[in-house]
Design a protein around this ligand. Structure first.
Ligand SMILES: NC(=O)c1ccc[n+]([C@@H]2O[C@H](COP(=O)([O-])OP(=O)(O)OC[C@H]3O[C@@H](n4cnc5c(N)ncnc54)[C@H](O)[C@@H]3O)[C@@H](O)[C@H]2O)c1
Length: 384
């Protein structure tokens, strides 16, 4: 009899990494189920024609123990996912990224989940200088986003037991194609500028160090963390990337320029970004020997170029909010689809709509109703 596939739940399924990870989990034979509240679902850059797991639409703050029943592992990706986003409302960042992540890990342990793979970040090294940071190095987080990653690691590590293995993957900055594309990541951003405007615009003076990793390789690290023996990973943090993929921002821009020739390179301010860190990836090689980065920066840039050609990427699409996390959340809040607490505002149901129609003395279309209806009806319709 063939054994039943192991159930793996992954949060953030509809994000940049999640959209690449889902099909890979199925390919690897897991019974994968996603959870995501769907902040960026308007953004779908291309169809990769992969079979995708089912996704439960749910805010991680509402996850209950029953949602985790029967899961062998939980991969936790769903957070406010970069530094500028985390700075917008630091209280909320701590609520979603720190408290909710720790709560989820506790629920996992209670529910008998055996492995909790957490998407941490190399950005915890912050202003780290030019010596390569190891997992033993001190951290120096510069933002609320990075501080939350440090706090989650600290708090969740204490939950480890002989049957519950939390693993912290300190990912380098990702690059490469995902259907739920992000253009707010450095290589993707510079490539997008290059293709749509023939300019490669750096926001810093080009000197900060950044380790990079292709999104496919990052997913491979997650698969390795699922399969590794308990004792090799339980309570451990791993930098995810490759030693040869530590770059200065201007070197990344130069690689982009080779793939998108004849562009003009422009620099930002030297004080634009205090984050700069080089990272050592020796530990992941030692503990998870199957992990190896296959994608170089050059290949990642070439992949993006192919996708841009295929979808005919325009400047308008490149700059569209769904592909820039901060801009999309601003749009959803400004249009009152999300509240200030980043919870969805319910759409009126049939009873609400009927009551609006009744109050406005109309039984006709919304267009007529908003034109002639009562102030209350207009206000309600305006806040849909
Ligand atoms: N992309 C990178 O370069 C990178 C590098 C290091 C670490 N990470 C971490 O990996 C994780 C995933 O990154 P990504 O690039 O896919 O980000 P993303 O923003 O593309 O995806 C995050 C997903 O989480 C969901 N989400 C956010 N808050 C939620 C909530 N409260 N409830 C339910 N769903 C929620 C969003 O809807 C989104 O689909 C994040 O934790 C991020 O910090 C990413």
């Amino acid at each position: 009899m063939t054994p039943r596939p192991l159930k793996v739940i992954f949060t953030g399924a509809d994000g940049y990494i999640g959209a690449v990870l889902g099909p890979k989990l199925l390919d690897a034979g897991y019974a994968a189920v996603g959870i995501d509240t769907g902040f960026y679902r308007r953004g779908w850059l291309f169809d990769d024609r992969r079979t995708r797991p089912m996704v439960l639409t749910k805010d991680t703050r509402e996850i209950a123990r029953e949602d985790l029943d029967g899961a062998y592992a939980v991969i936790h990706l769903a957070e406010l996912s970069n530094d500028p986003l985390g700075e917008q409302d630091q209280g909320l960042t701590f609520e979603i990224n720190h408290h909710t992540s720790v709560r989820l890990a506790r629920l996992c342990r209670e529910a008998g989940v055996r492995r909790f793979v957490y998407a941490s970040s190399c950005s915890i090294y912050g202003a780290g200088g030019s010596d390569a940071r190891t997992e033993e190095s001190s951290v120096n987080p510069q933002t609320a986003y990075a501080r939350c990653k440090v706090l989650v690691e600290r708090d969740v590590k204490t939950l480890a037991t002989p049957t519950f293995a939390p693993v912290f993957l300190r990912n380098a900055t990702a690059f490469g194609a995902s259907p739920r594309q992000r253009f707010d990541l450095v290589l993707n951003n510079l490539a997008g500028w290059a293709w749509t405007t023939k300019q490669i615009r750096m926001t810093s003076d080009g000197s900060p160090w950044r380790p990079l990793v292709h999104v496919d390789d990052l997913c491979q690290a997650i698969l390795c963390a699922l399969k590794a023996p308990h004792e090799a990973v339980a309570g451990e943090a791993f930098n995810v990337g490759a030693d040869e993929q530590n770059y200065r921002i201007r070197e990344i821009a130069e690689v982009v320029n080779e793939t998108f020739p004849d562009c003009r390179l422009s620099l930002g301010n030297s004080d634009g970004d205090s984050r700069s860190y080089r990272v050592s990836f020796e530990k992941i090689r030692a503990h998870m020997p199957e992990f190896k980065c296959r994608w170089s920066l050059e290949h990642g840039a070439a992949q993006l170029r192919l996708i841009f050609e295929r979808v005919g990427l325009t400047e308008e699409v490149f700059k569209a909010p769904p592909f820039t996390r901060l801009a999309e959340l601003r749009y959803l809040k400004d249009s009152r689809q999300l509240g200030q607490d980043l919870r969805w505002v319910d759409l009126p149901d049939h009873a609400d709509i009927a009551s609006i129609c009744l109050k406005s003395g109309q039984d006709a279309s919304f267009g007529e109703m908003t034109a002639t209806g009562s102030g209350q009806a207009m206000l309600k319709v305006g806040s849909l």
